[in-house]
Design a protein around this ligand. Sequence first.
Ligand SMILES: NC(=O)c1ccc[n+]([C@@H]2O[C@H](COP(=O)([O-])OP(=O)(O)OC[C@H]3O[C@@H](n4cnc5c(N)ncnc54)[C@H](OP(=O)(O)O)[C@@H]3O)[C@@H](O)[C@H]2O)c1
Length: 246
Amino acid sequence: MTRTVVVTGGGTGIGRATALRFAAAGDDVYVTGRRPEPLAETVALALKAGATGTVESVLCDSSSAEQLRALVAQLPDTVDVLVNNAGGNTDFDAADGEGLEALAETWLTNFRANVLTAVLTTEALADKLADNGAVVSIGSIAADKGAGSYGAAKAALASWNVYVAGVLGERGITANVVSPGYIGETEFFRDRMTAQRRETLIAATKNGRAGEPDDVAETIFFLASPGGRHLSAQVLNVNGGAQTTR
Ligand SMILES: NC(=O)c1ccc[n+]([C@@H]2O[C@H](COP(=O)([O-])OP(=O)(O)OC[C@H]3O[C@@H](n4cnc5c(N)ncnc54)[C@H](OP(=O)(O)O)[C@@H]3O)[C@@H](O)[C@H]2O)c1
């Protein structure tokens, strides 16, 4: 059966790999994000790889109620799988500022980018979510590492997920968080990743390698599969057994 899948932040990294995974399975896939170019590239890659279903991009900032309403109007009546992937550590882009006001701004910005994006997108699509469907949100190892406002936001996302799993569970819809460790080949770190930092993150894993976007995409795909129907309200760590990141 062809499913309809929505992947937020589907233009790069984990979101792109996830979109390509579902497209390769013949599903209809809609990718969202704020920049048109990476989204168009995801669509082109899916078509080049032989996608047989619909693969479309829709410009949408997942933290904007107005843009989410416009997205909902463009989607089919039923959405089987929602992947709340949009997010990232907004501290990387924050202007230097001092004082409580600046601190409040950085915390609110990370909360908006990593919690509100998932909460608002899920609420916007709730009426379209198919019975027995799946919602997967992307958390982070940072939630367990005392990683400032970004880690706290991802921890809040996991808490919200338990709540929403109960609400959607009445319709047989599962809701889970996939929590990656260090994943290479993404835009997440901007230009901040040094060779030494990468080595440290890899050394913290049990299997001695960086994660790849496909590692996360496969876990998301499984959670949305028939085999994943009794998994809900969970946080699944995809981090090679990483124990420390400092
Ligand atoms: N890479 C890692 O090591 C790692 C580890 C743990 C968790 N994560 C999480 O994994 C998820 C995916 O990140 P990634 O690693 O694949 O990095 P990425 O390449 O930076 O991907 C993030 C994507 O989200 C989109 N996005 C960000 N804010 C958005 C918004 N408000 N509305 C719509 N789209 C938005 C971005 O596109 P636009 O800028 O065009 O909107 C981008 O395509 C994030 O939630 C991140 O926090 C990553």
